[in-house]
Design a protein around this ligand. Structure first.
Ligand code: UTP
Length: 290
């Protein structure tokens, strides 16, 4: 079973980042020289997946346009002999086959995934959240695909979080299953009230899911925050078949949150081939003045 398709939900309202996200999708906010969503699409491409399915909503057409061919811009850049820049833009639109489905109402992440069911069909697939960035040597999606080749069951990517932050995440409880950094999921709960779980394993925005999830999502009722929660459907899936949590190698940034976004800019800026060195010197200068 090869994973051929990746669903990237981008239909959320982005309220944590208002007013920046009133007219601009949060996935289009820039990290150094490209929008957040481009890093995620590049991770998918680098992992060998064939097709991306964006789950979009009203006001998100900038994302589709970004990955489309812009005939007018291409002609103007050619006229001005900016050939390399034109080619770079065309490369973005040639990266991968992209289709979109529309989530008509923001009923939750679970509902957004369910909206992609007809395009995904009856095969396992990957999910990457459109504002969750992972900086790693081997792309996070690729690490998960390699694990999937071995175990052939659903996988959620996790990171460890301090106990006072578990209420901000979907939390997984489970036992290590003999493979390094891999845990068999026993229970999962979306944003548990403080003190109600001993686990520090927080789900981040990367999943590999078996297609059974669609049937489960079709009957999943609204949960935390009145939204149809993917975590609730995942818990139901663990009752039917095994699920694994994988502590990936790398650092995750929640670019849909102000602080996470700033941290991502610093991390990606420091590693940028063109400006990384100067940026480092600048940060040292600023820090010295504090
Ligand atoms: P978030 O929790 O980040 O929600 O959703 P949000 O609405 O985008 O942002 P805030 O919290 O209001 O600031 C996690 C992921 O699920 C998608 C989002 O686009 C994001 O990638 N999502 C969420 C949907 O596609 N549809 C929904 O109804 C809800």
């Amino acid at each position: 079973m090869k994973i051929r398709k990746a669903v990237i939900p981008v239909a959320g309202l982005g309220t944590r980042f208002l007013p920046a996200t009133k007219a601009i999708p949060k996935e289009m906010l820039t990290i150094v020289d490209r929008p957040t969503i481009q890093y995620i699409v590049e991770e998918v491409v680098a992992s060998g997946i064939d097709q991306i399915i964006f789950v979009t909503s009203e006001g998100k057409s900038a994302i589709e346009n970004h990955f489309d061919y812009n005939f007018h811009l291409d002609a103007v850049l050619r006229e001005k002999h900016k050939i390399a820049l034109g080619e770079e833009l065309n490369n973005i639109s040639n990266l991968i086959d992209i289709v979109s489905v529309r989530q008509k109402k923001p009923l939750g992440l679970g509902h957004a995934i369910w909206t992609a069911r007809h395009v995904v069909g009856d095969e396992p697939f990957m999910v990457l959240l459109g504002d969750d960035m992972v900086l790693s040597q081997v792309p996070c999606a690729k690490q998960m695909l390699e694990l999937f080749d071995e175990i052939g069951e659903s996988i959620v990517a996790i990171q460890r979080v301090p106990a006072n932050q578990t209420h901000q995440y979907g939390i997984v409880e489970g036992e290590e299953n003999g493979r390094e950094k891999t845990f068999r999921v026993r229970r999962m709960v979306e944003k548990p009230a403080p003190g109600t779980t001993d686990s520090d394993m927080a789900i981040i925005g990367r999943y590999i899911l078996m297609p059974d999830i669609f049937d489960i999502l079709s009957t999943t009722t609204p949960g935390h925050g009145g939204e149809i929660q993917l975590t609730d459907a995942l818990l139901a899936l663990t009752k039917k078949r095994s699920m694994y949590a994988y502590e990936f190698d790398g650092k995750r940034y929640d670019a849909g949150d102000k602080m996470g976004y700033l941290k991502a800019i610093v991390a990606y800026g420091l590693r940028h081939t063109e400006i990384g060195k100067d940026f480092r010197e600048h940060l040292i200068e600023i820090a010295a003045d504090l």
